[in-house]
Design a protein around this ligand. Structure first.
Ligand code: ATP
Length: 513
Protein backbone atom coordinates (compact mmCIF):
# COMPACT_ATOMS: atom_id res chain seq x y z
CA UNK A 1 0.00 0.00 0.00
CA UNK A 2 1.32 3.44 -0.87
CA UNK A 3 2.26 5.33 2.28
CA UNK A 4 -0.11 8.18 1.43
CA UNK A 5 -3.02 5.77 1.23
CA UNK A 6 -1.99 4.10 4.46
CA UNK A 7 -1.89 7.42 6.27
CA UNK A 8 -5.31 8.41 4.93
CA UNK A 9 -6.69 5.11 6.16
CA UNK A 10 -5.21 5.62 9.61
CA UNK A 11 -6.80 9.08 9.82
CA UNK A 12 -10.22 7.81 8.81
CA UNK A 13 -9.93 4.78 11.10
CA UNK A 14 -9.15 7.14 13.99
CA UNK A 15 -12.32 9.03 13.33
CA UNK A 16 -14.53 6.01 12.68
CA UNK A 17 -13.48 4.26 15.88
CA UNK A 18 -13.52 7.20 18.26
CA UNK A 19 -9.82 7.90 18.51
CA UNK A 20 -9.42 11.39 17.05
CA UNK A 21 -11.99 13.90 15.76
CA UNK A 22 -11.39 17.25 14.07
CA UNK A 23 -12.05 19.96 16.65
CA UNK A 24 -15.53 21.53 16.61
CA UNK A 25 -16.39 19.45 13.60
CA UNK A 26 -20.03 20.56 13.43
CA UNK A 27 -18.62 23.96 12.46
CA UNK A 28 -16.34 22.34 9.86
CA UNK A 29 -13.40 22.03 12.22
CA UNK A 30 -10.60 24.37 13.25
CA UNK A 31 -7.22 24.32 11.51
CA UNK A 32 -4.69 22.00 13.12
CA UNK A 33 -6.74 21.44 16.28
CA UNK A 34 -8.07 18.00 17.20
CA UNK A 35 -10.16 16.32 19.89
CA UNK A 36 -9.55 12.89 21.31
CA UNK A 37 -12.57 10.57 21.42
CA UNK A 38 -13.52 7.83 23.88
CA UNK A 39 -10.72 5.45 22.86
CA UNK A 40 -8.22 8.13 21.87
CA UNK A 41 -8.43 9.82 25.26
CA UNK A 42 -7.77 6.46 26.97
CA UNK A 43 -4.78 5.69 24.75
CA UNK A 44 -3.41 9.18 25.30
CA UNK A 45 -3.81 8.88 29.06
CA UNK A 46 -2.14 5.46 29.05
CA UNK A 47 0.88 6.74 27.11
CA UNK A 48 1.13 9.68 29.48
CA UNK A 49 0.96 7.39 32.52
CA UNK A 50 3.54 5.07 31.05
CA UNK A 51 5.88 8.01 30.51
CA UNK A 52 5.23 9.34 34.02
CA UNK A 53 5.84 5.96 35.60
CA UNK A 54 9.08 5.38 33.76
CA UNK A 55 10.42 8.92 34.26
CA UNK A 56 9.15 9.90 37.72
CA UNK A 57 8.02 6.83 39.62
CA UNK A 58 11.06 4.78 38.58
CA UNK A 59 13.60 7.50 39.43
CA UNK A 60 14.10 8.50 43.02
CA UNK A 61 15.90 11.62 41.80
CA UNK A 62 13.08 12.92 39.55
CA UNK A 63 10.02 14.70 40.89
CA UNK A 64 6.98 16.06 39.09
CA UNK A 65 5.17 19.38 39.01
CA UNK A 66 2.09 20.74 37.31
CA UNK A 67 2.65 24.41 36.50
CA UNK A 68 -0.02 26.79 35.19
CA UNK A 69 -0.30 27.48 31.48
CA UNK A 70 -0.25 31.25 32.11
CA UNK A 71 3.01 32.60 33.37
CA UNK A 72 4.38 36.03 34.16
CA UNK A 73 5.10 37.72 30.79
CA UNK A 74 8.73 38.27 31.83
CA UNK A 75 9.19 34.51 31.65
CA UNK A 76 8.97 34.72 27.89
CA UNK A 77 11.24 37.74 27.72
CA UNK A 78 13.90 35.85 29.68
CA UNK A 79 13.51 32.68 27.63
CA UNK A 80 13.87 34.63 24.38
CA UNK A 81 10.42 33.72 23.07
CA UNK A 82 9.12 37.31 22.91
CA UNK A 83 11.99 38.50 20.71
CA UNK A 84 13.10 35.38 18.92
CA UNK A 85 9.70 34.40 17.57
CA UNK A 86 9.03 37.78 15.94
CA UNK A 87 10.23 36.90 12.48
CA UNK A 88 8.97 37.48 8.96
CA UNK A 89 8.44 33.89 7.92
CA UNK A 90 7.96 32.35 4.52
CA UNK A 91 7.19 28.75 3.56
CA UNK A 92 8.34 26.87 0.56
CA UNK A 93 5.25 25.27 -0.95
CA UNK A 94 7.06 22.27 -2.30
CA UNK A 95 9.38 21.29 0.53
CA UNK A 96 7.01 22.63 3.23
CA UNK A 97 10.05 24.12 4.92
CA UNK A 98 9.66 27.38 6.75
CA UNK A 99 12.32 30.08 6.64
CA UNK A 100 12.89 33.53 7.93
CA UNK A 101 12.47 35.78 4.90
CA UNK A 102 15.16 38.19 6.12
CA UNK A 103 17.66 35.35 6.54
CA UNK A 104 16.99 34.07 3.03
CA UNK A 105 17.67 37.54 1.60
CA UNK A 106 20.73 38.11 3.76
CA UNK A 107 22.19 34.77 2.73
CA UNK A 108 21.57 35.64 -0.90
CA UNK A 109 23.40 38.95 -0.50
CA UNK A 110 26.25 37.12 1.23
CA UNK A 111 26.59 34.86 -1.79
CA UNK A 112 26.92 37.83 -4.12
CA UNK A 113 29.46 39.38 -1.75
CA UNK A 114 31.44 36.14 -1.81
CA UNK A 115 31.59 36.41 -5.62
CA UNK A 116 33.16 39.86 -5.34
CA UNK A 117 35.69 38.60 -2.78
CA UNK A 118 36.61 35.77 -5.11
CA UNK A 119 37.04 38.18 -8.00
CA UNK A 120 39.37 40.34 -5.85
CA UNK A 121 41.44 37.34 -4.75
CA UNK A 122 41.84 36.19 -8.33
CA UNK A 123 42.99 39.63 -9.47
CA UNK A 124 45.39 39.94 -6.52
CA UNK A 125 47.06 36.74 -7.60
CA UNK A 126 47.28 37.88 -11.20
CA UNK A 127 48.62 41.40 -10.63
CA UNK A 128 50.77 40.69 -7.57
CA UNK A 129 52.33 43.76 -5.95
CA UNK A 130 50.90 46.08 -8.61
CA UNK A 131 47.32 45.32 -7.55
CA UNK A 132 45.25 48.33 -6.56
CA UNK A 133 42.17 46.97 -4.81
CA UNK A 134 40.30 50.25 -4.69
CA UNK A 135 40.76 50.87 -8.37
CA UNK A 136 39.79 47.28 -9.18
CA UNK A 137 36.57 47.53 -7.16
CA UNK A 138 35.58 50.75 -8.88
CA UNK A 139 36.39 49.67 -12.45
CA UNK A 140 35.86 45.90 -12.89
CA UNK A 141 32.53 45.55 -14.70
CA UNK A 142 31.54 42.26 -13.01
CA UNK A 143 32.31 43.65 -9.57
CA UNK A 144 30.43 46.84 -10.31
CA UNK A 145 27.41 44.90 -11.53
CA UNK A 146 27.40 42.75 -8.38
CA UNK A 147 27.83 45.75 -6.10
CA UNK A 148 24.90 47.43 -7.79
CA UNK A 149 22.86 44.28 -7.29
CA UNK A 150 23.66 44.25 -3.58
CA UNK A 151 22.84 47.96 -3.28
CA UNK A 152 19.46 47.52 -4.94
CA UNK A 153 18.55 44.44 -2.90
CA UNK A 154 19.65 45.94 0.40
CA UNK A 155 17.85 49.20 -0.35
CA UNK A 156 14.59 47.44 -1.07
CA UNK A 157 15.06 45.04 1.82
CA UNK A 158 15.73 47.78 4.38
CA UNK A 159 12.78 49.87 3.21
CA UNK A 160 10.46 46.86 3.26
CA UNK A 161 11.48 46.01 6.83
CA UNK A 162 11.08 49.63 7.98
CA UNK A 163 7.66 49.91 6.41
CA UNK A 164 6.74 46.35 7.41
CA UNK A 165 5.87 45.78 3.77
CA UNK A 166 5.68 41.98 3.69
CA UNK A 167 4.52 41.86 0.05
CA UNK A 168 7.65 43.72 -1.00
CA UNK A 169 9.77 41.36 1.10
CA UNK A 170 8.36 38.44 -0.84
CA UNK A 171 8.86 40.31 -4.12
CA UNK A 172 12.55 40.71 -3.29
CA UNK A 173 12.80 36.93 -2.83
CA UNK A 174 10.99 36.32 -6.11
CA UNK A 175 13.01 38.94 -8.07
CA UNK A 176 16.29 37.56 -6.72
CA UNK A 177 15.16 34.09 -7.74
CA UNK A 178 16.03 32.78 -4.29
CA UNK A 179 15.52 29.04 -4.08
CA UNK A 180 14.79 26.81 -1.08
CA UNK A 181 18.31 25.90 0.15
CA UNK A 182 17.20 22.32 0.64
CA UNK A 183 14.98 21.50 -2.32
CA UNK A 184 15.91 24.19 -4.83
CA UNK A 185 12.22 25.05 -5.33
CA UNK A 186 11.22 28.67 -5.92
CA UNK A 187 7.56 28.28 -5.03
CA UNK A 188 7.00 30.50 -2.01
CA UNK A 189 3.99 31.42 0.08
CA UNK A 190 3.41 35.01 1.15
CA UNK A 191 5.58 36.41 3.92
CA UNK A 192 3.96 36.70 7.35
CA UNK A 193 5.17 38.48 10.41
CA UNK A 194 4.93 35.88 13.02
CA UNK A 195 5.29 35.23 16.66
CA UNK A 196 4.49 31.65 17.41
CA UNK A 197 3.05 32.52 20.79
CA UNK A 198 -0.67 33.02 21.29
CA UNK A 199 -1.42 36.02 23.45
CA UNK A 200 -4.45 37.10 25.40
CA UNK A 201 -5.40 39.64 28.07
CA UNK A 202 -5.36 39.04 31.77
CA UNK A 203 -8.28 40.66 33.60
CA UNK A 204 -10.84 42.98 32.07
CA UNK A 205 -8.65 45.90 31.01
CA UNK A 206 -6.93 45.34 27.70
CA UNK A 207 -3.67 47.25 27.79
CA UNK A 208 -0.19 46.16 26.89
CA UNK A 209 0.84 45.42 30.46
CA UNK A 210 -1.92 42.85 30.83
CA UNK A 211 -0.83 40.77 27.84
CA UNK A 212 -0.11 37.18 28.78
CA UNK A 213 0.88 34.26 26.59
CA UNK A 214 -0.25 30.69 26.30
CA UNK A 215 2.98 28.86 27.02
CA UNK A 216 4.76 27.62 23.87
CA UNK A 217 6.66 25.01 25.90
CA UNK A 218 6.25 23.51 29.35
CA UNK A 219 9.95 23.76 30.20
CA UNK A 220 9.82 27.33 31.51
CA UNK A 221 7.32 26.31 34.21
CA UNK A 222 10.03 24.01 35.48
CA UNK A 223 12.84 26.58 35.35
CA UNK A 224 10.91 29.23 37.26
CA UNK A 225 10.03 26.63 39.92
CA UNK A 226 13.60 25.38 40.27
CA UNK A 227 14.12 26.95 43.71
CA UNK A 228 10.69 25.97 45.01
CA UNK A 229 11.30 22.35 44.13
CA UNK A 230 14.87 22.39 45.41
CA UNK A 231 13.72 23.82 48.74
CA UNK A 232 10.79 21.47 49.22
CA UNK A 233 11.77 18.12 47.74
CA UNK A 234 15.09 17.41 49.49
CA UNK A 235 16.65 16.68 46.11
CA UNK A 236 20.34 17.18 45.43
CA UNK A 237 22.01 17.85 42.09
CA UNK A 238 21.84 15.81 39.91
CA UNK A 239 18.05 15.67 39.95
CA UNK A 240 15.19 16.14 37.55
CA UNK A 241 11.82 17.87 37.42
CA UNK A 242 9.17 16.44 35.12
CA UNK A 243 5.93 17.82 33.83
CA UNK A 244 3.16 16.93 31.42
CA UNK A 245 1.04 19.72 30.07
CA UNK A 246 -0.45 21.63 27.20
CA UNK A 247 1.66 23.87 25.01
CA UNK A 248 0.47 26.19 22.27
CA UNK A 249 2.17 27.33 19.09
CA UNK A 250 0.59 29.25 16.30
CA UNK A 251 2.19 27.00 13.71
CA UNK A 252 2.12 28.26 10.13
CA UNK A 253 2.77 24.96 8.45
CA UNK A 254 0.30 22.85 10.40
CA UNK A 255 -0.59 19.63 8.69
CA UNK A 256 -0.11 15.87 8.86
CA UNK A 257 -3.02 15.31 11.20
CA UNK A 258 -1.99 15.41 14.87
CA UNK A 259 1.73 15.52 14.04
CA UNK A 260 1.88 19.31 14.14
CA UNK A 261 -1.00 21.01 15.89
CA UNK A 262 -1.54 24.40 17.43
CA UNK A 263 -2.46 22.98 20.82
CA UNK A 264 -0.54 19.94 21.97
CA UNK A 265 0.76 18.15 25.02
CA UNK A 266 4.41 17.96 25.95
CA UNK A 267 6.02 15.57 28.40
CA UNK A 268 9.25 17.18 29.53
CA UNK A 269 11.94 16.46 32.06
CA UNK A 270 14.66 18.92 32.95
CA UNK A 271 17.64 17.29 34.61
CA UNK A 272 19.83 19.65 36.66
CA UNK A 273 23.49 18.68 36.75
CA UNK A 274 26.87 19.94 37.88
CA UNK A 275 28.48 22.11 35.14
CA UNK A 276 30.99 20.06 33.20
CA UNK A 277 29.08 16.77 33.65
CA UNK A 278 26.35 17.64 31.17
CA UNK A 279 27.73 15.60 28.28
CA UNK A 280 27.71 12.40 30.37
CA UNK A 281 24.09 13.02 31.31
CA UNK A 282 23.23 13.93 27.76
CA UNK A 283 24.52 10.52 26.60
CA UNK A 284 22.74 8.83 29.48
CA UNK A 285 19.36 10.33 28.64
CA UNK A 286 19.85 9.72 24.94
CA UNK A 287 20.16 6.01 25.53
CA UNK A 288 17.42 5.88 28.21
CA UNK A 289 14.94 7.61 25.98
CA UNK A 290 15.75 5.47 22.95
CA UNK A 291 15.16 2.41 25.12
CA UNK A 292 11.78 3.81 26.13
CA UNK A 293 10.75 4.21 22.50
CA UNK A 294 11.84 0.65 21.76
CA UNK A 295 9.64 -0.52 24.64
CA UNK A 296 6.60 0.89 22.82
CA UNK A 297 7.17 -1.78 20.18
CA UNK A 298 8.97 0.43 17.65
CA UNK A 299 11.67 -1.48 15.83
CA UNK A 300 15.28 -0.39 15.52
CA UNK A 301 14.82 0.48 11.86
CA UNK A 302 11.78 2.69 12.60
CA UNK A 303 13.75 4.87 15.01
CA UNK A 304 16.84 6.96 14.61
CA UNK A 305 18.86 9.69 16.24
CA UNK A 306 19.30 12.90 14.35
CA UNK A 307 22.11 14.89 15.90
CA UNK A 308 21.90 18.67 15.36
CA UNK A 309 25.06 20.02 13.83
CA UNK A 310 24.13 23.55 14.82
CA UNK A 311 22.15 23.46 18.08
CA UNK A 312 20.04 26.47 19.12
CA UNK A 313 21.88 29.38 20.76
CA UNK A 314 21.13 28.11 24.28
CA UNK A 315 22.31 24.52 23.73
CA UNK A 316 25.73 22.88 23.45
CA UNK A 317 24.32 19.61 22.10
CA UNK A 318 20.96 18.53 20.72
CA UNK A 319 19.57 15.39 19.20
CA UNK A 320 16.14 14.35 17.94
CA UNK A 321 14.68 10.89 18.22
CA UNK A 322 12.92 10.35 14.92
CA UNK A 323 10.28 7.83 13.96
CA UNK A 324 9.42 6.54 10.52
CA UNK A 325 5.86 7.82 10.00
CA UNK A 326 4.04 6.92 6.76
CA UNK A 327 4.73 10.51 5.61
CA UNK A 328 8.46 10.39 6.40
CA UNK A 329 11.01 10.14 9.17
CA UNK A 330 10.17 12.87 11.68
CA UNK A 331 11.02 14.06 15.18
CA UNK A 332 9.02 12.82 18.16
CA UNK A 333 11.40 13.79 20.92
CA UNK A 334 14.22 16.25 21.42
CA UNK A 335 17.07 15.80 23.90
CA UNK A 336 18.92 19.02 24.55
CA UNK A 337 21.88 20.00 26.64
CA UNK A 338 20.62 23.50 27.49
CA UNK A 339 23.63 24.65 29.52
CA UNK A 340 22.78 27.20 32.24
CA UNK A 341 21.07 29.47 29.72
CA UNK A 342 17.52 29.46 31.07
CA UNK A 343 18.30 29.65 34.79
CA UNK A 344 20.84 32.42 34.17
CA UNK A 345 18.36 34.40 32.08
CA UNK A 346 15.67 34.07 34.76
CA UNK A 347 18.19 34.95 37.44
CA UNK A 348 19.08 38.15 35.61
CA UNK A 349 15.55 39.28 34.85
CA UNK A 350 13.99 38.33 38.18
CA UNK A 351 16.94 39.39 40.35
CA UNK A 352 16.53 36.10 42.31
CA UNK A 353 19.50 33.83 42.79
CA UNK A 354 18.79 30.54 41.04
CA UNK A 355 21.74 28.56 42.30
CA UNK A 356 22.60 25.36 44.04
CA UNK A 357 25.07 25.03 46.88
CA UNK A 358 27.10 21.92 46.19
CA UNK A 359 28.34 20.57 49.55
CA UNK A 360 30.99 18.41 47.88
CA UNK A 361 32.48 21.26 45.91
CA UNK A 362 31.71 23.72 48.71
CA UNK A 363 30.46 26.33 46.29
CA UNK A 364 27.31 27.55 44.62
CA UNK A 365 26.62 27.45 40.92
CA UNK A 366 23.83 27.69 38.38
CA UNK A 367 23.23 24.06 37.40
CA UNK A 368 23.40 22.95 33.79
CA UNK A 369 20.34 21.30 32.30
CA UNK A 370 19.82 18.29 30.08
CA UNK A 371 16.22 18.07 28.95
CA UNK A 372 14.13 15.37 27.35
CA UNK A 373 11.14 16.83 25.56
CA UNK A 374 8.59 14.61 23.89
CA UNK A 375 5.24 15.37 22.26
CA UNK A 376 2.41 13.20 23.59
CA UNK A 377 0.33 13.68 20.44
CA UNK A 378 3.22 12.71 18.19
CA UNK A 379 3.91 9.63 20.29
CA UNK A 380 0.21 8.75 20.09
CA UNK A 381 0.39 9.06 16.31
CA UNK A 382 3.52 6.91 16.13
CA UNK A 383 1.89 4.22 18.30
CA UNK A 384 -1.23 4.33 16.15
CA UNK A 385 0.69 4.12 12.86
CA UNK A 386 2.80 1.29 14.21
CA UNK A 387 -0.15 -0.77 15.38
CA UNK A 388 -2.51 -0.32 12.42
CA UNK A 389 -2.58 -3.57 10.41
CA UNK A 390 -4.76 -4.89 7.61
CA UNK A 391 -4.78 -8.66 7.58
CA UNK A 392 -6.29 -11.40 5.49
CA UNK A 393 -8.29 -13.64 7.79
CA UNK A 394 -9.37 -16.32 5.33
CA UNK A 395 -8.05 -16.27 1.80
CA UNK A 396 -10.64 -18.74 0.46
CA UNK A 397 -13.52 -16.71 1.85
CA UNK A 398 -11.79 -13.45 0.96
CA UNK A 399 -12.23 -12.03 4.44
CA UNK A 400 -9.93 -9.51 6.05
CA UNK A 401 -9.74 -7.43 9.19
CA UNK A 402 -8.26 -4.18 10.43
CA UNK A 403 -6.59 -4.61 13.75
CA UNK A 404 -4.76 -2.21 16.05
CA UNK A 405 -1.95 -4.26 17.54
CA UNK A 406 -1.40 -1.85 20.42
CA UNK A 407 0.86 -2.84 23.31
CA UNK A 408 -1.63 -4.28 25.86
CA UNK A 409 -0.51 -1.81 28.54
CA UNK A 410 -1.56 1.08 26.30
CA UNK A 411 -4.77 -0.37 24.84
CA UNK A 412 -7.88 1.69 25.71
CA UNK A 413 -9.91 -1.45 26.48
CA UNK A 414 -8.09 -4.49 27.82
CA UNK A 415 -10.91 -7.04 27.91
CA UNK A 416 -14.18 -7.17 25.99
CA UNK A 417 -16.90 -9.12 27.78
CA UNK A 418 -19.34 -10.57 25.26
CA UNK A 419 -22.41 -12.72 25.94
CA UNK A 420 -22.92 -15.01 22.93
CA UNK A 421 -26.61 -14.10 22.74
CA UNK A 422 -28.76 -11.46 24.37
CA UNK A 423 -30.97 -13.94 26.27
CA UNK A 424 -31.09 -17.11 28.38
CA UNK A 425 -29.34 -15.45 31.32
CA UNK A 426 -26.07 -14.93 29.37
CA UNK A 427 -26.10 -11.12 29.68
CA UNK A 428 -26.54 -11.44 33.47
CA UNK A 429 -23.62 -13.86 33.74
CA UNK A 430 -21.47 -11.65 31.46
CA UNK A 431 -22.27 -8.58 33.56
CA UNK A 432 -21.32 -10.46 36.69
CA UNK A 433 -17.88 -11.19 35.18
CA UNK A 434 -17.64 -7.61 33.87
CA UNK A 435 -18.37 -6.16 37.31
CA UNK A 436 -15.76 -8.39 38.87
CA UNK A 437 -13.12 -7.22 36.36
CA UNK A 438 -13.82 -3.53 35.97
CA UNK A 439 -11.99 -2.22 39.04
CA UNK A 440 -8.74 -3.90 37.97
CA UNK A 441 -8.79 -3.78 34.18
CA UNK A 442 -10.51 -1.45 31.77
CA UNK A 443 -13.14 -3.60 30.15
CA UNK A 444 -16.14 -3.19 27.93
CA UNK A 445 -19.43 -5.01 27.87
CA UNK A 446 -21.05 -5.48 24.45
CA UNK A 447 -24.08 -7.56 23.55
CA UNK A 448 -25.09 -6.00 20.22
CA UNK A 449 -24.63 -7.78 16.83
CA UNK A 450 -23.33 -11.22 15.91
CA UNK A 451 -20.25 -12.40 17.79
CA UNK A 452 -18.02 -12.27 14.67
CA UNK A 453 -18.83 -8.61 14.13
CA UNK A 454 -18.17 -7.84 17.77
CA UNK A 455 -14.74 -9.49 17.52
CA UNK A 456 -13.94 -7.36 14.45
CA UNK A 457 -14.97 -4.24 16.30
CA UNK A 458 -12.74 -5.07 19.25
CA UNK A 459 -9.86 -5.78 16.81
CA UNK A 460 -10.42 -2.38 15.25
CA UNK A 461 -10.14 -0.59 18.60
CA UNK A 462 -7.20 -2.75 19.65
CA UNK A 463 -8.63 -4.77 22.58
CA UNK A 464 -6.08 -7.50 23.43
CA UNK A 465 -8.64 -9.96 24.85
CA UNK A 466 -12.27 -10.79 24.21
CA UNK A 467 -14.12 -13.28 26.39
CA UNK A 468 -17.34 -14.93 25.31
CA UNK A 469 -19.94 -16.22 27.70
CA UNK A 470 -22.10 -19.03 26.26
CA UNK A 471 -24.68 -21.50 27.54
CA UNK A 472 -21.97 -23.87 28.73
CA UNK A 473 -20.60 -21.08 30.94
CA UNK A 474 -23.73 -21.20 33.04
CA UNK A 475 -22.95 -24.82 33.84
CA UNK A 476 -19.17 -24.96 34.23
CA UNK A 477 -18.14 -21.32 34.71
CA UNK A 478 -15.75 -21.60 31.75
CA UNK A 479 -15.47 -18.86 29.11
CA UNK A 480 -13.79 -18.58 25.71
CA UNK A 481 -10.89 -16.16 25.63
CA UNK A 482 -9.82 -14.85 22.22
CA UNK A 483 -6.40 -13.37 21.59
CA UNK A 484 -6.51 -10.26 19.38
CA UNK A 485 -3.19 -10.90 17.63
CA UNK A 486 -3.37 -14.64 16.98
CA UNK A 487 -7.19 -14.87 16.91
CA UNK A 488 -6.74 -18.13 18.80
CA UNK A 489 -9.49 -19.11 21.17
CA UNK A 490 -9.13 -21.03 24.38
CA UNK A 491 -11.48 -22.28 27.05
CA UNK A 492 -10.54 -21.07 30.53
CA UNK A 493 -12.17 -20.64 33.95
CA UNK A 494 -13.99 -17.32 34.28
CA UNK A 495 -12.00 -16.68 37.46
CA UNK A 496 -8.72 -16.88 35.51
CA UNK A 497 -9.53 -13.99 33.18
CA UNK A 498 -8.32 -11.31 35.58
CA UNK A 499 -4.99 -13.00 36.16
CA UNK A 500 -4.34 -13.52 32.44
CA UNK A 501 -5.25 -9.92 31.63
CA UNK A 502 -3.20 -8.48 34.48
CA UNK A 503 -0.23 -10.61 33.41
CA UNK A 504 -0.25 -8.84 30.05
CA UNK A 505 -0.64 -5.45 31.65
CA UNK A 506 2.62 -5.49 33.49
CA UNK A 507 4.16 -2.13 32.56
CA UNK A 508 7.39 -2.99 34.41
CA UNK A 509 7.90 -5.85 32.01
CA UNK A 510 7.13 -3.58 29.07
CA UNK A 511 9.73 -1.13 30.29
CA UNK A 512 12.46 -3.73 30.68
CA UNK A 513 12.50 -4.51 26.94
P1 ATP B 1 9.45 20.86 15.09
O1 ATP B 1 10.86 21.05 14.57
O2 ATP B 1 8.78 19.63 14.56
O3 ATP B 1 8.61 22.09 15.01
P2 ATP B 1 10.51 21.50 17.60
O4 ATP B 1 11.96 21.11 17.41
O5 ATP B 1 10.12 22.92 17.51
O6 ATP B 1 9.60 20.60 16.64
P3 ATP B 1 10.58 21.20 20.42
O7 ATP B 1 10.45 22.64 20.69
O8 ATP B 1 11.91 20.55 20.62
O9 ATP B 1 10.02 20.88 18.97
O10 ATP B 1 9.46 20.44 21.26
C1 ATP B 1 9.63 19.13 21.78
C2 ATP B 1 8.59 18.17 21.26
O11 ATP B 1 7.29 18.75 21.32
C3 ATP B 1 8.77 17.78 19.80
O12 ATP B 1 9.70 16.74 19.66
C4 ATP B 1 7.38 17.35 19.41
O13 ATP B 1 7.15 15.99 19.77
C5 ATP B 1 6.50 18.24 20.26
N1 ATP B 1 5.95 19.34 19.45
C6 ATP B 1 6.53 20.51 19.16
N2 ATP B 1 5.72 21.27 18.39
C7 ATP B 1 4.59 20.55 18.19
C8 ATP B 1 3.37 20.78 17.50
N3 ATP B 1 3.13 21.92 16.89
N4 ATP B 1 2.43 19.81 17.51
C9 ATP B 1 2.64 18.65 18.15
N5 ATP B 1 3.76 18.37 18.84
C10 ATP B 1 4.74 19.30 18.87
Amino acid sequence: MANDDLFKKIISHSKEYGYVFPSSEIYDGLGAVYDYGPYGSELKRNIEQYWWKSMVQMHENIVGIDAAIFMHPNTWKASGHVDAFNDPLIDNKQSKKRYRADVLIENHVEKIRAKITKEVQKAKKRFGDDFDEEQFLSTNPRVIANQEKIGTIEGRFKKALEEEDLDELKQVIVDCEIADPESGSKEWTDVRQFNLMFSTQLGSVADKSSTVYLRPETAQGIFVNFLNVLNTSRQKVPFGIAQVGKAFRNEIVARQFIFRTREFTQMEMQFFVRPGTEMEWYEHWKSMRMKWHRSLGFTESELRFHEHLKPAHYANAAVDIEFEFPFGVKEIEGIHSRTDFDLTQHQELSGKKLQYYDPELEKSYVPYVVETSIGLDRTFLAVLCNSYKEEVVDEAKNTSRVVLKLPAVLAPVKVAVLPLVKKDGLPEKALEIFNDLKADVTCQYDEKDAIGRRYRRQDAIGTPFAITIDHQTLEDDMVTIRNRDTMEQERIKATEVKEIALGKLDWKRMMSV
